[in-house]
Design a binder for this molecule. Structure first.
Ligand SMILES: Nc1nc2c(c(=O)[nH]1)N[C@H]1C(S)=C(S)[C@@H](COP(=O)(O)OP(=O)(O)OC[C@H]3O[C@@H](n4cnc5c(=O)[nH]c(N)nc54)[C@H](O)[C@@H]3O)O[C@H]1N2
Ligand SMILES: Nc1nc2c(c(=O)[nH]1)N[C@H]1C(S)=C(S)[C@@H](COP(=O)(O)OP(=O)(O)OC[C@H]3O[C@@H](n4cnc5c(=O)[nH]c(N)nc54)[C@H](O)[C@@H]3O)O[C@H]1N2
Ligand code: SF4
Ligand SMILES: [Mo]
Length: 700
């Protein structure tokens, strides 16, 4: 008989940081439950957490370093792998220049203490400005707004969901995503609690989502028109004299500039383009201004679109103008124990320090937009990318125009991937370095504590050793860094760095340190969010920038975009948006049978009336065609889609013959990003504009 033991840790798949209670024996999981004693998640977990055991046991996980020799994979030693990677990088950089080497950093790095602490020195050691990541296919506009308004890209406000009286959700579906840029485990209970205390939830989304169905009110919106909506709502605040800056009034001196910028955007003027009646826009703004507390929260829908920059600026501006910034029930600032802003005061704004070589796109926060990665590989000339390292990323499926990257990666002289699977991206590598993951690594959530709706801290040591020769991401990054820089090991580890960062913490008086965290495996509760912006603000003059010229100057682009809509709709009458699914996470969780079994979820959802006009029946295969490509998949008719808009899941498209995720391949998913368009970006921030891609549909 096995005697089972219990291990407590945070799930690190998504941003919610749920506490898990893992029963295990002899290196195997017996059961995974929600940790009821976790002060933040209170026992909540979702189906994805149960699959953590599958990734630990999956025989298709990469077990040893692999080298491609004449098109077939050979197991090699770590020593040989490190040697070859470093010597090839050095050779290519010597031949073509430092920027001929590029890096792509994917989403799981943000959920990994080892990566968070060892990536920065590694990226510096690569000595190239050609860096890319999934951030520019996601939340880049949030960072840019924080940078221009508050002086630091990481100073991002989160909705004080546990105390608000009115939550406006623009382009987020937390009931499925479990919250994003808003770490709030057990999100459904937190949303229901708003209603239980007499508050209200309103959702703005081109699809009647799971969250919209729970809300008190839902408005369909025309994709990419959110900036117009927010401008009109701010216009109402001025015209109805509903401005109240509250305790921040002395920090704001540019309110007139904002007032004149929004003057042109009346609810009546934008209603047609937005698809929401002027009276409803007016009422929404007034209701929020009059609520005891309210918060406008906007996410992927308002970020991965042509005006993501404007949307995130205007979201902050609306919260500031209604007195709901840095105040209870509004948009507030976490005070994490591991504070990424510690010591950052006085750091220069890096926006547009460089422009990308081919398309001139802005550099920000140490990287270029991923929407132009294929251009930089394909276009000859000085500075052309010849070699690439991907770390925990799958851009062939996740980036706009992934099909273009699929072709481009094949042309590289040398490619390395640090990953757990042989997949659509890593199959292009010459060397793959296998990483430990999930239950096999130590974890403290560096990033998502910085976006959490409550201050907490938790450290979880690794539970298991990986089954093969995998190394932890940080061990791989550290070894490569030492070899690239020719330095000697100083004994740094994630735990050592965590301890150092905690020593700068706002909680050092209460002795939040690694030892104490180890003694408290359910996590430490550090209390609800408190007003703290005055001491966190990082602008040079200590003021909040409500109306940066950077944004005001982008407004003409917004108006002319909608002037040209009619023309654009002639060839491509539909607009495409993406959909997240409860039982998958981006591109990499599909090799868990328990998550993918059942009906194929990879359908194109279309409004019933739209389908009828095209004589498309439920389940029928249809071709969806954009300027960038075409895909074929089954139609799913639903009243939940707004007219003229279709939705396809993101993160699918496995099953290429030379990959090895055979469980994932059993679900015949297709990749939405074979038809999204890398030319479509938010020109201001460089973020990918997935939403609103113009398409046509024909029965296949
Ligand atoms: N189950 C699951 N959870 C996840 C993930 C996953 O893949 N699966 N991924 C994780 C990641 S990496 C992230 S970043 C978060 C994202 O978290 P969310 O932002 O909550 O995720 P989405 O479901 O993409 O929500 C975007 C919403 O915007 C809507 N939308 C599309 N276009 C527009 C538009 O133009 N305007 C408006 N107003 N709305 C629009 C879509 O219909 C959708 O409902 O989720 C995380 N959580
Ligand atoms: N059309 C459309 N496209 C989208 C989105 C959308 O809504 N619509 N969402 C975007 C968003 S929000 C995001 S965040 C990006 C995600 O884009 P990516 O980060 O490129 O995609 P992931 O699926 O997260 O890729 C994770 C990769 O890391 C590997 N991996 C998993 N765990 C580990 C680990 O512990 N260590 C290592 N080394 N590797 C690991 C997986 O095998 C996989 O190859 O996609 C974006 N793409
Ligand atoms: S909601 Fe996110 S953090 Fe919580 S169990 Fe699910 S995947 Fe893990
Ligand atoms: Mo994301």
């Amino acid at each position: 008989m096995k005697t089972s033991q219990v291990h407590y840790r945070n799930c690190n798949i998504c941003e919610a940081m749920c506490g898990l209670e893992i029963h295990h024996a002899d290196g195997e999981v017996i059961a995974i439950k929600g940790d009821k004693q976790d002060p933040f998640s209170r026992g909540h977990l979702c189906p994805k957490a149960i699959a953590l055991q599958d990734y630990h046991q999956d025989p298709e996980r990469l077990q040893t370093p692999l080298k491609k020799v004449d098109g077939t994979w050979q197991a090699i030693s770590w020593e040989e792998a490190f040697d070859e990677v470093v010597s090839k990088f050095q050779k290519i950089q010597a031949q073509y220049g430092p920027n001929s080497l590029a890096s792509y950093i994917g989403n799981p790095n943000a959920h990994n203490l080892g990566s968070a602490t060892f990536l920065p020195p590694f990226l510096r050691a690569l000595g190239t400005i050609n860096r890319y990541s999934s951030a520019s296919a996601d939340q880049l506009p949030h960072h840019v707004a924080a940078n221009f308004m508050l002086g630091a890209g990481m100073l991002i406000p989160v909705p004080d969901i546990d105390h608000t009286d009115f939550m406006l959700i623009v382009g987020g579906n937390p009931l499925v995503s479990n919250g994003s840029m808003m770490t709030a485990p057990d999100i459904k209970k937190r949303l229901l609690a708003i209603q239980d205390r007499g508050g209200k939830i309103v959702v703005i989304d081109p699809r009647k989502t799971e969250t919209a169905k729970l809300a008190d009110q839902h408005f369909f919106i025309n994709p990419e028109s959110d900036a117009l909506l927010l401008l009109a709502m701010i216009n109402v605040l001025f015209s109805e004299e509903k401005i109240s800056l509250g305790h921040l009034s002395e920090l704001i001196t540019d309110i007139e500039a904002l007032q004149s910028a929004v003057e042109y955007f009346s609810p009546e003027g934008v209603a047609n383009r937005v698809g929401i009646e002027a009276s409803a826009i007016r009422q929404l703004a007034i209701e929020m201004a009059e609520a005891p507390s309210a918060v406008c929260y906007s996410r992927m829908g308002a970020s991965t679109q042509s005006f993501g920059g404007l949307c995130q600026w205007l979201t902050n501006a609306f919260n500031i103008l209604t007195g709901n910034f840095d105040s209870r029930g509004g948009a507030m600032f976490p005070l994490p124990a591991f504070d990424l802003l510690a010591g950052k005061k006085g750091k220069k704004n890096s926006y547009n320090r460089y422009q990308s070589r081919v398309r001139g796109l802005p550099y920000f926060n140490g990287e270029f937009p991923v929407a132009t990665l294929a251009d930089e590989i394909n276009t000859q000339g000085e500075g052309q990318i010849k070699a690439l390292i991907t770390i925990a990323g799958n851009p062939v499926l996740s980036s706009p125009g992934g099909n273009r990257l699929n072709e481009a990666f094949a042309k590289l002289e040398f490619m390395v991937s640090v990953d757990i699977y042989l997949n659509e991206t890593t199959r292009h590598a010459d060397i793959i370095l296998p990483a430990a993951t999930g239950l096999e690594i130590e974890q403290y959530d560096v990033f998502f504590n910085a976006f959490a709706v409550r201050n907490t801290a938790k450290y979880s040591p690794a539970l298991f050793e990986a089954k093969g020769q995998q190394k932890k991401d940080w061990e791989i990054l550290k070894e490569l860094t030492l070899r690239l820089t020719g330095t000697v090991d100083n004994g740094a580890s994630p735990e050592v760095i965590l301890e150092k960062m905690l020593s700068f913490s706002a909680y050092k008086e209460s002795q939040v340190n690694v030892q104490k965290l180890k003694e408290n495996p359910h996590g430490l509760d550090l209390g609800p969010l408190q007003p703290c912006l005055k001491r966190r603000l990082m602008t040079d003059d200590g003021l909040i920038k409500l109306a940066p010229e950077f944004y005001i100057n982008d407004l003409p682009r917004l108006t002319s975009f909608f002037d040209n809509e009619k023309e654009a709709s002639r060839e491509f009458p539909f607009r495409l948006i993406s959909r997240r699914l409860v039982r998958s996470h981006n591109t990499w969780t599909q090799n868990s049978w328990r998550l993918v079994k059942g009906k194929n979820p990879c359908t194109v959802q279309i409004n019933e009336d739209d389908a009828a006009s095209l004589t498309i029946k439920s389940g029928q295969l249809v071709k969806v065609i954009s300027r960038n490509g075409e895909i074929t998949l089954p139609a799913e008719l639903t009243p939940d889609m707004g007219k003229g808009v279709i939705s396809i899941p993101q993160g699918w498209g496995h099953g290429k013959s030379d990959t090895k995720m055979t469980i994932a391949a059993k679900q015949p998913g297709i990749s939405i990003n074979d038809i999204t368009d890398p030319q479509r970006i938010d020109e201001l921030t460089g973020n990918a504009a997935f939403n609103g891609t113009r398409v046509k549909i024909i029965p296949a």
